[in-house]
Design a protein around this ligand. Sequence first.
Ligand code: GDP
Ligand code: IMO
Ligand code: MG
Length: 426
Amino acid sequence: MSTLVVVGSQWGDEGKGKITDYMAQEADVVVRSQGGNNAGHTITFGGNKFALRSIPSGIFNPKIKNVMANGMVIDPKQMLEELHGLEARGIKDYQLFISNRAHVVLPYHQQLDGAMEKFKGDKKIGTTKRGIGPCYADKANRIGIRIADLIDPIAFKQALKDALTIKNMELQMLGEKTFEFEQIYDEYSKYALEINPFVCDTSLLLEEEIEKGSKILFEGAQGVMLCLDHGTYPYVTSSSPTGASVPLNAGIAPKYIQNVLGICKAYTTRVGEGPFPTEIDGDIATYIRERGHEYGTVTKRPRRVGYLDCVSLNYARRVSGINYLAIMLLDVLSGLDTLKICYAYEMDGKIINTVPASLLEYEKCKPLYIELPGWQEDISKVTSFEELPINAQNYIKKIEELTKTEVAIFSVGPDRLQTIKLKELF
Ligand code: GDP
Ligand code: IMO
Ligand code: MG
């Protein structure tokens, strides 16, 4: 048995999908254990580009068991659309397993997500409006509906009736449209029939795989700085994307977590609101945004762009147990004369080496930078570390030094082939 956890080490969109797909070539099982279709994971190979949202990135390999585990929130309508979309593009031979304990995203969750954002006005989170927060809130509030309930007509009827009574009251209070029981029940009962063959106890499945000695890859969604517990609360998502959350959200023992690979852009991006100390505007930001196609996979929003922040990266390493890094989109930085890396913050005249809990304090943090000379060469065809221009090599070495973490992979383009592995991870 061997396990590898892929964790976003920044504010999401680091290239987790690409690395999961790449590492999946060596894996037997790929598990998504948290989040839902707020994720957008891009995978490019053989001239094809796919954007996955809730389906694990191992789906392209018929030998891989793809698991949607108990910690996920699943929108059955969207998930089936995603699956049909893949089938229409020839991905028909796949193995998919959906946890009977995962929670179901229903239309009132999306309605409430949008309504809460409207209600918050300029304090909005900038959510993906996929109903993720309201669904996890119902789970915590013990009025959620699980996949096991959805696929049992009697349980679904009762659970939906109970939930809808409360949800319609909330919607009314917010001046929003309410929902009819029959409409949701009839529509979602059809989805239930379609997903039923995929549903099982995925914790049991994972135990069997562990006993068989399989290689299991956990595909994180979002990023540590968006973690409900450790991120820039309240500007976060509603689940935990850390390595520590994997055992809980997949139903396995903590002792089975081995390597945790932090996926990290060579710079930083963020979508949605919230603090971002190394954010930049102007020509360099535009240069990076355009070269990196920094527009949301799910919402198409332009991503906010900034320099690499090794304070938040170190913080992510600590709270998430990251022991290797994958440096992504290194090619995007070609052509810049000078590169900056934040090594500490300054707040009220003090040097800060970690992420403060208070948002007011975090907003006051000014990044302190070291400057490194950039490189002009196109590096998108590089196949080894030694082929990189010396300044690009030094950039990677500086990240290793500042984070005390070995870089195991670097990536020089979106394609599967534009990936250079420096270390065996399974
Ligand atoms: P995820 O959510 O972490 O899976 O990341 P996204 O797919 O949302 O965003 C990453 C974007 O960067 C996608 O458009 C990828 O195709 C692209 N990408 C990944 N690695 C590289 C790379 O090394 N170079 C370039 N230029 N693009 C990359
Ligand atoms: P992947 O897996 C980037 C952000 C949203 C918003 C906040 C809360 O592709 O990296 P939510 O809809 O989850 O309640 O939104 O979290 N967010 C992401 N940002 N990548 C993601 O996923 C994200 N998933 C959520 O923009 O700021
Ligand atoms: Mg993404």
